[in-house]
Write a protein that binds this ligand. Structure first.
Ligand code: PLP
Length: 358
């Protein structure tokens, strides 16, 4: 995190100071090559080393084996919304989607261009203030079930994901490496990097290799997982600097230790939810404590004047990025892996001060 301001933005989100410093140094001179990371050839030995180390670190941190393919693709999260049905859903086929938030719904809309969508639960009617009930029966003929592990806009998150009888595909854009997961239970998972894993325009895509055997459509190579895997994610000019920042994040996560990050995330979230629950001015969007996200904490003030006054107080104290999404209003405090506990402590102290001063 930069030292000037505490940045609670949802994405692009704060990066650890160490990653910013290493990125800055690489912009001037990458690893003593005498050229900038912004100029580094995507087919040269240096970038190949970046790719190999990043793929190996993803496997190590996820505790997955060589039966998975790790890809770094462009187009962010949304292109994955399209590529998943393009690659896995034929005309006349059906895929299951759990409609747990805005991004989940958008993924579902993209799938409808290619095949049938079976909505296996939705909390849309109450503005996604809880997680939909997990489906009791999942038809065997579904090509896959798509879920969103953390709902970035509404602040809900699956803590536990049951095993399913069809391929499981998960959008982990806003909580990858941030909570306990058995990554082996997923046949595919992906994450737009700008939340927990780097900068915009990069998507981490991890696919079980066996999924690549039953691709249906004949697709232009850029849109085909199989072609991207075959070309080692450098089918075209890769986002060299973006992938490098993700590698720096992966190294940072490994250095912190995933267990320590998860424990810190739980402490940060508890601190903030406690402050909100004990306040007479603020209320959380998500009432069911089991559904609450430890990544995005969404809450509202008792009225608009209180909301604006608190935002103003935060700004005066160099705390930025906590306006809620336009679909929820109020506040959203994104406390991803890179956010230090001291930042949350400062916010909570400010909330208490605001409460006593009226
Ligand atoms: C941010 C986000 C996306 C969208 O990512 P883009 O890179 O902007 O397309 C998708 N899914 C989730 C869960 C997100 O938080």
């Amino acid at each position: 995190m930069s030292q000037e301001k505490i940045n609670f933005n949802a994405g692009p989100a704060a990066l650890p100071l160490q990653v910013l410093e290493q990125s800055a140094a690489a912009v001037l001179n990458y690893n003593n090559t005498g050229i900038s990371i912004l100029e580094l050839p995507h087919r040269g030995a240096e970038f190949l080393a970046i790719l190999e180390e990043s793929k190996a670190l993803v496997k190590e941190l996820c505790n997955i084996g060589d039966d998975y393919e790790v890809l770094w693709l462009q187009g962010g999260g949304r292109l994955q919304f399209a590529m998943i049905p393009m690659n896995f859903l034929g005309k006349g086929d059906t895929a299951g989607y759990i409609d747990s938030g805005h991004w989940a719904a958008e993924a579902m809309e993209y799938a409808a261009y290619y095949g049938h969508v079976d909505v296996m639960g939705s909390s849309r009617a109450t503005n996604y203030d809880h997680l939909p009930e997990w489906p009791t029966h999942i038809p065997d003929n579904l090509k896959y079930l798509h879920i969103t592990t953390n709902n970035t806009i509404f602040g809900t998150q699956y803590q536990h994901i049951p095993r399913v009888n069809v391929p499981l595909v998960a959008d982990m854009s806003s909580d990858i490496f941030g909570c306990e997961r058995d990554y082996n239970q997923f046949d595919m998972f992906y994450a737009a990097a700008q939340k927990n894993l780097g900068t915009p325009g990069v998507a981490l895509v991890v696919i079980r290799k066996s999924m690549l055997t039953h691709l249906l459509h004949s697709l232009p190579p850029m849109l085909s997982y199989k072609a991207q895997a075959k070309e080692n994610s450098i089918l075209n000019t890769a986002n060299v600097s973006g992938i490098y920042v993700s590698l720096l994040m992966l190294r940072w996560i490994k250095h912190q230790g995933i267990k320590n990050i998860i424990a810190a995330n739980e402490r940060k979230a508890r601190m903030l939810y406690d402050a909100i629950d004990n306040s007479s001015l603020f209320t959380t969007h998500v009432k069911n404590t089991a559904d609450r996200s430890n990544m995005n904490v969404c809450f509202t003030a008792k009225d608009k004047a209180t909301e604006l006054a608190f935002l103003q107080l935060c700004a005066e104290n160099n705390i930025v990025g906590l306006q809620g999404h336009r679909m929820t209003g109020g506040f959203r405090v994104s406390i991803y892996n890179a956010i230090e506990e001291s930042a949350v402590i400062q916010l909570v102290e400010l909330m208490k001060k605001f409460e006593t001063n009226g």
